[in-house]
Design a binder for this molecule. Structure first.
Ligand SMILES: [Zn+2]
Length: 350
């Protein structure tokens, strides 16, 4: 958001709805009254930047009170300014009835899985990620997911956890906290201490422990119990093959390994970013067969139910054979509505 009273946002032409029906989704979409994915993403971006009018342009880190555009400006608070704005961007689409509960839970599922699939969340806190924005966030490389966490996505989940905790304790909500923070800081510079003071005043207790663990710590957020208490059940489903192996690849010219995630099967096998995955050997010792793969899912074709294969990869000028386990137990989350009344209270902001 460049200005307090205007901004320029870019989207693809086909993301925009057609004049005849402003929200119609492609016919394959199971919910025809919901916006298409492209249009919903644009609405989310508009919502995000609009929220920044209050949260970043007015309420802002005390370090940004006087902007010096000639040098880097460091702050620990981007988990609040970008993260909480990210929490509200999709939530406000739901409150405006542009999307329904199911669509909102789907978006939340995506954010949660993004964080859970980032090993760097166990290494870096969102406060550290914020400080590193100038040197790391906008200079990503193959080690980024292993060494860093996004203050956007995890920051939005910190907001979610705070909101659900406040609601479940029954004294206040994050909406009220944001308004009180605005009044306390007169829509101007703020510190983490201001947030803690408002949480204490409205929530009736100290939230120092939560902020220490969720913002300055690296243990996982208590998403499952907080969502359950709000009527949302967490279901676990088998992950995509790349996630099961702990890999990110491109497949436009063969299978090129871009990222090897910390602690995954690919890392254990010795695969590395920059490798080209050519094929695999599979089968018992007496009758091994070798196969070429052009995309990652070809692996499933040839490996069938094998729990182990041998990956054939090209690394610079060498060809390598790397024994690779195919783990089955890696899962991703899906959120399912269990109590629509509880969910409605939260999503309607009542
Ligand atoms: Zn933003």
């Amino acid at each position: 958001l460049e200005h307090r009273n205007s901004t320029a946002l870019i989207c693809k032409r086909q993301d925009l709805p057609r004049m005849a029906n402003t929200t119609r989704a492609p016919s394959a979409d199971p919910a025809p009254d919901q916006p298409s994915e492209g249009y919903r993403t644009l609405l989310g971006l508009i919502s995000h930047e609009y929220f920044h009018t209050w949260n970043v342009k007015r309420l802002r880190p005390v370090e940004f009170a006087q902007h010096d555009y000639g040098q880097e400006n460091y702050t620990q608070l981007l988990w609040f300014f970008e993260g909480f704005t990210s929490y509200y961007d999709d939530l406000l689409l739901r409150r405006a009835h542009l999307i329904d509960d199911a669509a909102y839970l789907k978006l939340l599922t995506k954010t949660i899985n993004q964080v859970l699939q980032t090993p760097g969340r166990a290494v870096q806190s969102v406060a550290q990620a914020s400080m590193d924005a100038w040197v790391k966030y906008y200079r990503q490389d193959e080690n980024t997911p292993n060494a860093t966490v996004s203050y956007y996505t995890k920051g939005s989940l910190v907001a979610l956890c705070l909101d659900l905790t406040l609601r479940q304790e029954g004294k206040t909500s994050l909406d009220a906290v944001m308004r009180a923070l605005w009044l306390r800081c007169q829509g101007g510079p703020m510190t983490e201490g201001d947030l803690l003071a408002v949480l204490q005043a409205l929530g009736g207790r100290s939230f120092a422990l939560e902020i220490a663990q969720w913002v300055h710590g690296t243990t996982d957020l208590p998403l499952r119990p907080l969502l359950a208490a709000q009527g949302v059940k967490v279901l676990e489903e088998p992950a995509q093959l790349a996630q099961r192996l702990g890999l990110r690849v491109t497949e436009t010219a063969g299978v090129q390994i871009k990222i090897v995630l910390r602690g995954g099967a690919a890392e254990q096998a010795g695969l590395a970013a920059g490798d080209e995955w050519l094929g695999l050997e599979v089968g018992p010792a007496k009758s091994i067969s070798a196969w070429r793969i052009n995309k990652l899912d070809d692996l499933l074709l040839y490996a069938a139910n094998a729990s182990k294969v041998c990956a054939l990869v090209a690394r610079d000028k060498r060809l390598l054979k790397l024994p690779l386990a195919l783990p089955k137990s890696i899962t991703t989350w899906r959120l399912a509505a269990r109590d629509s009344q509880l969910i409605g209270q939260w999503l309607n902001g009542s």
